[in-house]
Ligand binder design. Structure first.
Ligand code: GDP
Length: 543
């Protein structure tokens, strides 16, 4: 009896697997095909060598293209492949750890632990693959131990691969299952990546995990079930930060990047199917992973290849859309010569970054060129004038951070990273609704309304989204909030909750008397509001 319990789905496996569509009660249906790839949950396949991780990866992604992160480490190249898996109606991002599992001269997962750890840190679930034919292997136990230590947030699903060879040998699959149970991650499932047997059971095991994870992740999809706002309070600031360093050629981006990366572990590799320049670099800073968007290509570019080949404005635009934080690099000497902070192309990029709701950090590089007797006044002047001019160029966001560096001398690089992380954290902020409504009462009494009678009645104020912080004011009655009112609310939010320097969005919604009878009622209707805000033309982007 016990043996049978431990092997989930053996019977169905033996019959080639039931049709996909196992029903899991208690969850609303989700149309996975409408979720953006970046919003899909991530599942990493782990396991000792030769258990068939790549075969399972290939089966899950079908013929779709995989991204390959090439991670050279001590002369051994390891590939991390990532692709979009399709299993029944489920879609998820799957990572094949085959390339980084093993180092010949040291124990399993040892040398490359940090790469694996960062893959696990960004994953939501793990498939722990073992070999049914070989039974429990000492290295399986090691992988289990390693997982418990490095990814305690993940409870893996244990899958016994190569099960097809055992199903007609009486009792052997059950005894393999009993052995795998000793890994301590619950009942294993029997699958065969080669033949596809057991896939319905993998589906049945994953589905109840993937659905709630999506319900926790607002904004990445729309579904018919109304979300409870309590699910929205997820701190995403610990998710990997995507940083784009942009600017015109020769302002010192590559030099700055090298200076930033000097002290940090760098992983560089091409993404398959993309151009040579589309290389992804990541590094650790204060315990968080920072991904550099479209920048690593500069690291190895020779002098001859520079100039026109350097980052064009078009490339910058593309980077903007992929990044969370944009670091716009300017050249201090050019600023002095041109007597203005930004050239047209730079203004375009800065404005675009803010319009797209990204966090912007401005870096004025080559400050070392403004040292010396006859130049020190320029030095002071640049420090004073650039922040003022940026404020004029982007009036809707006050306090955009400006950092002065000399990439050549390595000065200012820690300040740059601290500022990037700080801006990112603000950008990810989530303010609890109760707190916001206490704040609203105070702030509304602080505002001097020209005409008391025409004062808009904000009944309820809530944050519907982070990255960037987006709020909805529910207004009752005919009087809407004017642009001045919204600017006032934004300014107050910024001051009272330390949200300066990042774009903030405030939208307003009319509520009827009936709708506004209580906070709980409004809260219940928020799922709908959050969905509508995405394409709301009336939204106001201000800070
Ligand atoms: P990119 O095209 O923006 O990547 O610019 P590079 O990093 O290749 O730099 C262009 C030139 O400016 C190179 O000759 C660098 O040595 C020089 N450079 C970069 N940063 C600084 C700096 O802080 N001070 C000085 N004096 N020169 C710099």
């Amino acid at each position: 009896m016990l043996q049978m319990r431990r092997l989930i789905c053996f019977e169905k496996l033996a019959f080639g697997g039931a049709a996909i569509g196992v029903s899991v009660r208690g969850f609303c249906s989700v149309d996975f095909s409408r979720i953006k790839i970046c919003g899909l949950p991530r599942v990493v396949i782990v396991g000792r060598p030769n258990v068939g991780k790549s075969a399972l990866f290939n089966r899950l992604i079908g013929r779709r293209e995989a991204l390959v992160y090439n991670t050279p480490d001590d002369h051994v190249t390891r590939d991390i492949r990532e692709g979009v898996a399709k299993l029944g109606e489920l879609r998820f991002r799957v990572l094949d750890s085959a390339g980084f599992e093993y180092h010949p001269s040291s124990s399993i997962l040892h040398r490359t632990a940090s790469i694996t750890a960062s893959a696990l840190a960004t994953s939501h679930f793990a498939l722990f693959l073992t070999d049914a034919r070989a039974g429990l292997h000492p290295l399986d136990l090691e992988v289990g131990k390693w997982l418990r230590k490095h990814a305690p947030h993940i409870k893996p699903i244990v899958a016994m691969n190569k099960s097809e060879s055992l199903f007609d040998v009486h009792g052997s699959l059950s005894s393999a299952a009993n052995e795998m149970f000793r890994l301590g991650f619950g009942d294993p499932i029997a699958i065969s990546a080669e033949t596809g047997l057991g896939m319905p059971h993998l589906y049945a095991s994953l589905r109840p995990l993937l659905l709630p994870s999506l319900l926790n992740d607002e904004g990445s999809f729309q579904h018919s079930h109304h979300q409870d706002t309590s699910l929205l309070h997820v701190d995403k600031s610990t998710l990997p930060l995507q940083l784009a360093i942009v600017g015109r050629p020769n302002v010192g981006k590559s030099t700055l990047l090298n200076a930033l990366l000097q002290e940090h572990r760098v992983l560089v590799g091409p993404e398959a199917g993309l151009t040579r320049d589309s290389i992804r670099t990541q590094f650790q800073f204060q315990g968080r992973t920072i991904y550099l968007v479209d920048t690593a290509g500069w690291l190895h570019r020779t002098k001859q290849e520079k100039g026109a080949a350097s980052l064009s404005i078009m490339q910058s635009r593309k980077s903007l859309l992929r990044a969370h934080i944009i670091a716009l690099v300017l050249d201090a000497e050019e600023i002095v010569n041109a007597r203005r902070s930004m050239k047209h192309a730079e203004v375009v990029i800065a404005r675009r970054a803010v319009e797209e709701g990204r966090g912007l950090v401005v870096i004025v590089n080559k400050m070392d060129l403004l040292r010396g007797k006859n130049k020190s006044s320029s030095y002071e002047k640049v420090m004073e004038v650039v922040p003022q001019e940026i404020q004029t160029i982007i009036p809707q966001v006050t306090g955009i951070p400006v950092i002065f560096t000399s990439a050549l001398e390595g000065r200012g690089r820690t300040t740059v990273l601290n500022q990037v992380v700080d801006t990112y954290q603000k950008w990810c902020s989530r303010l609890p609704t109760a707190r916001l409504n206490r704040w609203l009462q105070k702030v509304m009494s602080r505002h001097s309304w020209k005409d008391q009678a025409a004062q808009p009645k904000v009944k309820y104020f809530t944050q519907v989204k982070a990255r960037p912080p987006t709020f909805v004011a529910f207004v009752r009655g005919k009087t809407q909030l004017s642009d001045t009112d919204i600017r006032f609310l934004t300014k107050s939010l910024k001051e009272d909750f330390d949200l300066g320097g990042i774009p903030i969005r405030i939208m307003q919604r009319s509520v009827t008397k009936k709708d506004a009878t209580g906070a709980s009622k409004s809260r219940r209707s928020l799922g709908r509001v959050a969905e509508r805000t995405v394409s709301d033309k009336r939204s106001v982007l201000v800070e």
